[in-house]
Design a protein around this ligand. Sequence first.
Ligand code: COA
Ligand code: ZN
Length: 300
Amino acid sequence: MSKNVQIVEVAPRDGLQADPADLSTPQKVELIERLIAAGHTRIEATSFVSPKAVPKMADGDEVMGRVPRPGGVSYSALALNQRGVERAINAGVDEVCGVVVATETFSQANQRATVAESIQRWRDISAAAREAGIKTAITVSAVCGCPYEGRVDAARVLDIVSQLAETQPDELALADTIGVGVPNQVAALFAGAAERAPGVAQRGHFHNTRNTALANIAAAIDTGVRVFDTSLGGVGGCPFAPKATGNVATEDAVYLVHEMGYDTGLDLDTLIETSRWLETQLGHGVPSLVARAGGFPQPR
Ligand code: COA
Ligand code: ZN
């Protein structure tokens, strides 16, 4: 097992899409510049969805047009239909991300499609992205529970994973979109997904709505997962999941994995400074604890 954990920073998309603040395009670009300065190499920059559905991501094309393009930094963006993937390709993203929600009610609320339809949409999206030479990553969302249907059967999630494996994504993420999951559940889901999609890189996406996200990251690491989505400060949520507060904070996750002996390439102090800067831009505090407490105390 490698001693590296890779962090995908999702504050510019999953974070800002649901935050009450309305950041301008230049503020979003500055956030991305600061994230790169902290060491981030994978950033979910925006989404190319309907601006009526998610008004805060309406400037995705402009954001991508203005971000710096240093070598080694990869930008991903969410696309849920043909129009979205075309916009993503034109905007020059490095990776297109799709979402298939595990339950029908949430799938309708989020993307106005049945689960089967959204799997078909992903087939088309990933084919288009691949033809354009862009990486593809698919997320199965609400894998630990659904805001509308309650508990979600693992068998149902794994059946979706099997169908998605046919599209040979570069990465497959399992998302606890509403932050209800617990470590043994998460470990079982990732172990099952590894059987259904052998050889496909896995990524964990945990919300901290009920304070279980860090425990879930630790459990996923134990099953071999080495890539996690986190959001600076812990901002964010899903606009279509009632009460889906807070992503897991980048600085909290980085503290955890560094102390567990994994390298992320990220500088914790710079992340904390950037998190404080983000609070000034958002006009409100962020849920991160490490941003308040700081890293491991230096001996006095
Ligand atoms: N980019 C820009 N506009 C888009 C678009 C895209 N990718 N896809 C659709 N639209 C616009 C259409 O032009 C249309 O606008 P109009 O009403 O002015 O004609 C409107 O959105 C509806 O288009 P339609 O093709 O009928 O889509 P839909 O109503 O079936 O919705 C989605 C499907 C996926 C586009 C929509 O549900 C969506 O964007 N959801 C966002 C989900 C999301 O980001 N969730 C959070 C993270 S998972
Ligand atoms: Zn999320």
